[in-house]
Design a protein around this ligand. Structure first.
Ligand code: SAM
Length: 270
């Protein structure tokens, strides 16, 4: 297969990547046939997967606007993905000119494409790092350049924590990042769950097993387990809710039933 210019040499393009599958669900063009094939298999079980991803992006944009409205001018987006329509830096810098955005991802295509998109934007950057090693993020040169940890930051962990298995201590990683944040910072998070999916669990489980097959297990957590990520934060109203119900711009009743899968929330450090 011919390797497109945006695909770094280091990647194995015979193995699906969750980042490129997500790009495919959202209608992007930075994916290969292996990614599309795996995504289509998951969609055989859950045809509404793209609706979930769209609801996730819409929540993320509302949360960034909310943060900007609260006076936050620094954004740390971990698991930022392959840039697509309405990225954090676009929304944040439109709402608050000069806002600084640091993206982090461990997927080489997400990193390479972000570098291309951000060229010439002095207020945004991308670092290749792993959420499971928070110190790599916190001690990076790019973070020092873009983010002043003495001032409030919006930390985005949007649709990433469900890729971190319990044995890799996702709660410890979130706590370590939280400890580095100044008072008044926000934690913005979404997470997959069987709760809210408009399908019997065994059917939704078929889609989850596709991720297991490609060795990027999707960890479905309960609302209670997801709420634990916010320990020590004050929840911003309306709390941890289905994505369309978090400070909606349009009536949640008009949303597709799949959009109510999983949870979204924003917490504020005291
Ligand atoms: C579903 S995408 C979400 C993208 C974006 N946050 C959004 O919600 O639109 C998940 C991203 O998290 C990244 N990711 C998964 N595990 C990660 C880890 N341990 N460290 C850094 N990035 C990770 C993947 O590479 C992928 O790009």
């Amino acid at each position: 297969m011919e390797r497109p210019a945006w695909a770094p040499r280091s990647i194995d393009i015979s193995v699906p990547s969750v980042s490129r599958m997500y790009d495919y669900y959202l209608g992007g063009s930075h994916n290969f046939e292996v990614d599309r094939e795996a995504a289509r298999r998951a969609m055989e079980f859950m045809p509404g997967l793209p609706k979930i991803m769209q609801a996730n992006r819409a929540f993320m944009r509302r949360a960034v606007r909310y943060a900007a409205g609260q006076g936050i001018t620094q954004f740390l987006d971990i698991g930022s993905g392959i840039p697509t329509f309405g990225n954090v830096h676009e929304v944040a810098q439109a709402a608050s000119p000069g806002a600084r955005v640091m993206y982090v991802d461990h997927d080489p295509v997400a990193v390479a494409h972000s570098q291309a998109v951000l060229e010439g934007n002095a207020d945004a950057g991308i670092v290749a790092a792993d959420l499971r090693k928070p110190q790599d993020v916190l001690s990076s040169v790019e973070l020092e350049r873009l983010i002043d940890l003495n001032q409030p930051v919006a930390l985005l962990l949007v649709a990433i924590l469900h890729f971190v298995e319990d044995e890799d201590d996702p709660y410890g990683a979130v706590a370590e990042l939280g400890e580095a944040l100044a008072p008044g910072s926000l934690l913005v998070l979404t997470h997959a769950s069987y709760e809210g999916i408009p399908l019997p669990q065994e059917r939704a489980g078929g889609a989850v097993s596709v991720y297991e097959d490609i060795r990027s297990p999707l960890i479905m957590r309960s609302r209670e387990e997801i709420a634990r990520f916010f320990e020590g934060y004050d929840m911003v109203e309306p709390g941890l809710v289905a994505m369309p119900c978090w400070r909606p711009d349009t009536a949640p009743e008009d949303e597709d039933p799949y959009a109510f899968s999983g949870f979204a929330g924003v917490g504020r450090t005291a």
